[in-house]
Design a protein around this ligand. Sequence first.
Ligand code: 9L3
Ligand code: MG
Length: 136
Amino acid sequence: MADIKLTLVVACALIDADKRVLLAQRPEGKALAGLWEFPGGKIEPGERPEQTLIRELHEEIGITVSEPCLAPLTFASHAYETFHLLMPLYICRRWEGLAVAREGQNLAWVRASKLRDYPMPPADIPLLPHLMDLLL
Ligand code: 9L3
Ligand code: MG
């Protein structure tokens, strides 16, 4: 059997007081540019998933999350051509700071009924029904 490269990524659905969810549009020059994702990124060696999310959410959108505010919801797995992605989705309802695009990406706060209007990477799409259940 050929070696399969497994890439571990974490993502987070930030949910605000109006039950809107933050989506970030992947910028030009990155893989899957233009698609709208739950923010997050690759787990670095030695990191726990929660630490990765705290780091990524700070780097990408300038907010400060603390570990007890992060709850795992479900996870995605998707076979891309060159790697397999394993990606837990966390939920977060409390953070410090205002979300701002720190990497030139577009951000959107989206209601549950509109989430399907935003084209997403293939790994993110199967996460939607789980999130919808939570937003009812
Ligand atoms: N990815 C897919 N959905 C997401 C995230 C955060 C990431 N919600 C995919 C896109 C890339 C890989 O994971 O192929 C690594 O992400 P990044 O480090 O380029 O953000
Ligand atoms: Mg990222």
